[in-house]
Design a protein around this ligand. Sequence first.
Ligand SMILES: Cc1cc2nc3c(=O)[nH]c(=O)nc-3n(C[C@H](O)[C@H](O)[C@H](O)COP(=O)(O)OP(=O)(O)OC[C@H]3O[C@@H](n4cnc5c(N)ncnc54)[C@H](O)[C@@H]3O)c2cc1C
Length: 408
Amino acid sequence: MSDTAGRQPFHIVGAGPAGLAAALTIARAGERAIVYEQRSDVGGRFHGDLQGIENWTTRADALEELQTLGISPRFDARPFREGVFFDPAGKEYRYSSCDPLFYIVRRGPIAGTLDSALKQQALDAGVEIRFGQPCSRLPQGGIVAGGPRGADVIAVGYVFETDRADGVYAALSDRLAPKGYAYLLICGGRGTVASCFFEDFHNERLYLERAVEFFRGKAGLSMRNAVRFGGAGNAMVPKTARQGSILFVGEAAGFQDALWGFGIRIGMLSGHLAARALLERRPESYDREWRARLGGLLRTSIVNRYAFARMGDRGYARLMRGIAHCRDARQWLAGHYAPGWSKLALLPIARRAVRSSRAAPACPDPGCDCTWCRASHAPVREATVALRHSQRDLLPASPEPLSARNPG
Ligand SMILES: Cc1cc2nc3c(=O)[nH]c(=O)nc-3n(C[C@H](O)[C@H](O)[C@H](O)COP(=O)(O)OP(=O)(O)OC[C@H]3O[C@@H](n4cnc5c(N)ncnc54)[C@H](O)[C@@H]3O)c2cc1C
C-alpha cells in the first residue's frame, strides 16, 4: 500500500497538459491526486498533429523550466532554431536564432507524444487517472483543467506522412488564414499543415485548401495518408481563475497566448501554480501567483492580437521584414511579448476592441458540423445545461468583459 493511501486526495478535472502538470506537482509533493478524464485516453482532442512549445517568452529554456516544475521532457521534442515566413505576396523571409525558438512535439494518445509522456510520468508518480469518467462537480474543491470552453480561434489541417526534409514554415495572409496564419511543420517524416484563423470560422474548408495549395507551390508540400483535423482555442484574461476552493487552469481559465494560440506551456505552468496553492492550503493565493507569472504575458498578447488584427497584408509584410532582418529571432519575439509600459498603455483600447466570438450568431444551418459549431456552440449549450442541473460547482470563472477574443 502506498504512503499516500488514506490521505484525502486532490481532485482534478481533465487529463490535458494543464491537469497532468497539476497532478504531477501534487504527487511529487507526496500527496494523492485523482484525475477525471472524460475520454478513454489522454490527448483525445489531437491526432498526432505537430505543435510547438514556444521558447521566447522567458530567458530560461522552456524544457528546463518544465524540469523545475517536476516534468521530465521525456517526449519527442525537436528544437528548431530557424524557419521560413511567407508574406501575403508569397515572398520568402528566413529567420534564425542562437537558441531554440520552439520545440516541436506531437499531440494525441499515441506513443512519443507530449500527452502520452505526461500520462506515463503521472502514473509512475502514483497519480490515479480515471478514464471515461466525466466530472461535473467538485464539492470538496480541486482543479478544473477541462480545456477550451469556446472558440476564439480555429485551426483546421491535415496530419500526414512525407519524404520532405524537416522544416517550419508559416504564412501570414488573410487569404489563407484571416487575422491568423497558415503553417506547415515537418519533423521526422511526419507533417502538419493547417490554417489557424480568427475570423470567418464557417469557411474553414476554403482556407485549409488554400493553405495546402500555397505550401505545395512554395514549400514543395507532399502528403501521404493525410488525415483531416480541426480544433478550437479559447483565450482571455479572467478577473479571477478561482471560485472558492476550485481553481481553473490552462484553457479552462482562458490561459492561452491570444496572438498566435500557444497554450501548452502556459497551461502546464498554471496547473503547477494551482497545485502548489492547494498543497499549501491557500487556494486564495492562486490568483496572485498566476497574475505574477502569467498576467503580463496574457495582457501583452491581447494588445498584440489587437495590433495584429489591424495590420492587414501590408503590415504582415513589414512584420516579416522585421523578423528576417533582426540578428536573433528569439530576442526579437521576446521583445514583442514583453509587457513593457508602452504596450500595456494600449491595453484599454485593445480591451474595448476585442470582442467575444461566443456572442456571434449561431450558424443558420442546424446540421453544420464545422469546427466552430462543434467547438463553440455545442459545449456552451452543454455547459449551460450542466450549470442548471448541477450545484454550479464547475461554474467557469467569470472573464473580464474584454476577453482576448477575436475582433471579428
Ligand atoms: C489544432 C490546434 C493546434 C494547436 N497548436 C498549438 C501549438 O503549436 N503550441 C501551443 O502551445 N498550443 C497549441 N494549441 C493549444 C494547446 O493545444 C492547448 O492550449 C492545450 O492543449 C491546453 O491544455 P489544457 O490542459 O488546458 O486543455 P486540453 O489539452 O484541452 O485538455 C483538457 C482535457 O480535459 C478533458 N475534459 C474536459 N471536460 C471534462 C470533464 N467535464 N470531465 C473530465 N474530463 C474533461 C478533455 O477530454 C481533455 O482531455 C493548439 C490547439 C489546437 C486545437
